[in-house]
Design a protein around this ligand. Structure first.
Ligand code: XLS
Ligand code: CA
Ligand code: CA
Length: 449
């Protein structure tokens, strides 16, 4: 399905038309080579499987600043002086971009769209004015909101965290932003609401009451959940794990840590995980690992599609162009039955050195084609009987006999010992990792996608 292209009074991408599928033979940098929204793979269209979203913050707010220097991109939609005029032009640029790229979804933080007022009530009004505008733009174009969130990490008031801040007044202030952001998400028909606990953690273990902070964190999430549910939010609440940066340690370290936390506090009925590739690698895992852990727990909610750099130990948020990553990720997604109400949000930013207007399109097109190729190849790999055999055939000793009795809990430690005593040294069975890897490589090369 294609969305109605939106342009405000000023077009910010005047030389770019709606991006179309031209196929693998095309060398047009402004065309999809594989992503063909209507193409059916494994029973669903590519658009239905991949549910792409563009994020507001990296694409329309950030200018490429890093700790060593200011931004390198001047956004033509930045209007000096009037905050509402500025927000309107930024939104016009955003909706022009979304619809020309032809993605179905977008995502925002409260402070990406709106600006903070000098009181809670004024900030709420500012956000509401932007929500009204976004609602109009959504209606005019057919764009949908994948998720909304509140930024509880940039403002200096959150330097010691929000829900885990030692000062109750900061926690309450954070709650006011979350309430407004949930209201905005509901009003815009958002399918999910995200919590990324950027400063929910510590810089110094010795001055932190970690037990109390984690209890506050769970209580905060519980109250946010209750508010959302009683105000008509039927979507999924998502927690986005990340191990560190900006803090030395963040409580939502990785998939398995968050799963344990959600289950411990009985929040797993309403919350799932939003897995970001670069956060998984910062935690010392692969992207696919964190996806698999979430999927195994039936808690894979959504994906922030990006990648890190193997030589840099920080969150570089690069566009996802590594085909292995997208194949491995889509294998997990397909096996788990899809993304449900989640999607693939490009939480990715242009390199500081990429300064042309068309770079934003080229970057997203590359990310979308990577995941479309990942989808096609993953489907072929999974459909090959060797894949199933290599993964699940290794466990056949648990399908019957004593192995089955063990799984059913019928063998105690003494019984296991007696079986070992009778059976003796186990037969060596190869894991055949290289064969598994070769099969994936073969499908990548054979792929006519
Ligand atoms: C930062 C996070 C952030 C969340 C939303 O590292 O990725 O962008 O996705 O607050
Ligand atoms: Ca993210
Ligand atoms: Ca990130």
């Amino acid at each position: 399905m294609s969305r109605t292209v939106f342009t405000g009074d000023t077009s910010y991408f005047p030389n770019i038309d709606q991006i179309k599928f031209e196929g693998p033979g095309s060398d047009n940098p402004l065309a999809f080579k594989t992503y063909d929204p209507g193409r059916v793979v494994a029973g669903k269209t590519m658009e239905e499987h991949l549910r792409f979203a563009v994020c507001y913050w990296h694409s329309f707010c950030a200018t490429g600043a890093d700790p060593f220097g200011p931004g390198t991109r001047v956004h033509p939609w930045e209007v000096q002086g009037d905050a509402m005029a500025n927000a309107t032009e930024k939104m016009n640029a955003a909706f022009e971009f979304f619809t020309k790229l032809n993605v179905p979804y977008w995502c925002f933080h409260d402070v990406d769209m709106a600006w903070e007022g000098d009181s809670v009530a004024q900030s709420e009004k500012n956000l509401q004015a932007c929500v009204d505008l976004a609602k109009e733009r959504q209606k005019a174009t057919g764009m949908k909101l994948l998720w909304g969130t509140a930024n509880l990490f940039s403002n200096p008031r959150y330097m010691n965290g929000a829900a885990t801040n030692p000062n109750f007044d900061v926690l309450a202030f954070g709650a006011s932003q979350v309430k407004a952001a949930i209201d905005a998400t509901i009003e815009l028909g958002g399918e999910n609401y995200v919590f990324w606990g950027g400063r929910e953690g510590y810089a110094c273990l010795q001055n932190t009451d970690t037990k109390r902070e984690l209890e506050h964190f769970a209580m905060f999430l519980e109250k946010a959940r209750d508010y959302g549910r009683s105000n008509g939010f039927t979507g999924t609440f998502l927690i986005e794990p990340k191990p560190m940066e900006p803090m030395k340690h963040q409580y939502d370290f990785d998939s398995q840590t968050v799963i344990g936390f959600l289950r411990h506090h009985k929040l797993d009925g309403d919350f799932k995980l939003n897995i970001e590739a670069n956060h998984a690698t910062l935690a010392g895992h692969t992207f696919a690992h964190d996806l698999r852990m979430a999927s195994d727990a039936s808690l894979l909610g959504s994906i922030d599609a990006n990648r890190g750099d193997p030589q840099n130990g920080w969150d570089t948020d690069q566009f996802p162009s590594d085909l292995y990553d997208s194949v491995h990720a889509m294998m997990v997604v397909l096996e788990g039955g899809g993304l449900g109400s989640g999607g693939l949000n490009f939480d990715a930013k242009l390199r500081r050195e990429s300064t042309d207007t068309d770079d934003l399109f080229i970057a997203h097109i590359g990310g979308m084609d990577s995941f479309a190729r990942g989808l096609v190849i993953a489907d072929r790999v999974l459909a090959d009987p060797r894949t199933h055999e290599l993964r699940f055939g290794r466990y056949t000793s648990f399908d019957s006999g004593d192995g089955k009795r063990f799984e059913e809990g019928d063998l105690d430690l003494q019984a296991l010992r007696d079986i070992a005593a009778v059976n003796g040294e186990p037969q060596q069975i190869s894991g055949k990792q290289e064969l598994m890897e070769n099969i994936i490589n073969d499908f990548i090369v054979k792929g006519d996608c």
